[in-house]
Design a protein around this ligand. Structure first.
Ligand SMILES: *Cc1c(COP(=O)(O)O)cnc(C)c1O
Length: 225
């Protein structure tokens, strides 16, 4: 059986191949190893392999797991990729180096307040609901430009990029292309898109950050959004 450090190497090789096929530098793509639901002892082989970017979708889980791991492995970048509630923003700004899921004004205002209070500015990405799914987080595509403008002008935030999760069981490529196009129009450099099943497609569409969990750590015991 291949351990998680072996699977990490396989995913990295696939990222390099996909980048080269589309004429991109492999180093232009950052691999976020999504460690949600996995315990520190399961994450450590990937840390020992020298990997530095990790993703969690729950603030409380990140706060429980990562301070200890960070103490042993300096230089970690922790990405918050799950839906963020306003009452968790203080903890989120304290623990995360990047927040990928900014999608409403209340959140924007609260994040701005915490950045000022803590003197700590995580990288910020706006999540776009490219599939217009009622149950999914993210700002609607046709409202994204106005929202990014409000983040900048009303909330005084620096927005660094866009993120999306295409609907399950559809071709993700049109969603990735739409996000890439939107980012270009808004002068945003970072594109967080692509998961275990579709990261190569995302790279062909311009992803700068891919969020890969199960292809590295194995199947999660229970599905977590
Ligand atoms: C869980 C999760 C991932 C990783 O999913 P895999 O299919 O296990 O690679 C990526 N992005 C988000 C937002 C997630 O919640």
């Amino acid at each position: 059986m291949v351990g998680s450090e072996g699977k990490l190497a396989e995913v990295k090789a696939r990222i390099s191949a996909a980048a080269e096929q589309s004429g991109r530098e492999p180093s232009a793509i950052r691999l976020i190893a999504v460690s949600k639901t996995f315990e520190p002892n399961e994450i450590e082989p990937v840390l020992r392999a020298g990997h530095g970017d990790f993703g969690e979708n729950r603030v409380q889980e990140a706060r429980r797991k990562w301070p200890g791991l960070r103490a042993s492995y300096p230089g970690i970048q922790l990405h918050l990729i799950g839906r963020l509630q306003t009452n968790k923003v203080r903890d989120a700004v304290a623990v995360a180096d990047a927040i990928h899921t900014l999608d409403n004004d209340k959140l924007g205002a609260e994040i701005a307040k915490e950045i000022a209070r803590q003197g700590r500015r995580p990288t910020l990405l706006v999540q776009v609901n490219t599939g217009r799914e009622a149950q999914k987080a993210g700002i609607a595509s046709d409202q994204a430009a106005a929202f990014v403008k409000r983040c900048r002008e009303t909330h005084g935030l620096t927005i660094d990029g866009l993120m999306c999760i295409p609907p399950a069981d559809t071709d993700p490529a049109p969603h990735f292309s739409m996000l890439s196009h939107l980012a270009g129009e808004l002068d945003l450099v970072l594109l967080s898109m692509g998961m275990s099943d579709d990261f190569e497609t995302a790279i062909r569409c311009g992803a700068t950050h891919v969020r890969v969990g199960s292809a590295i750590f194995g199947q999660r015991a229970s599905p977590v959004g």
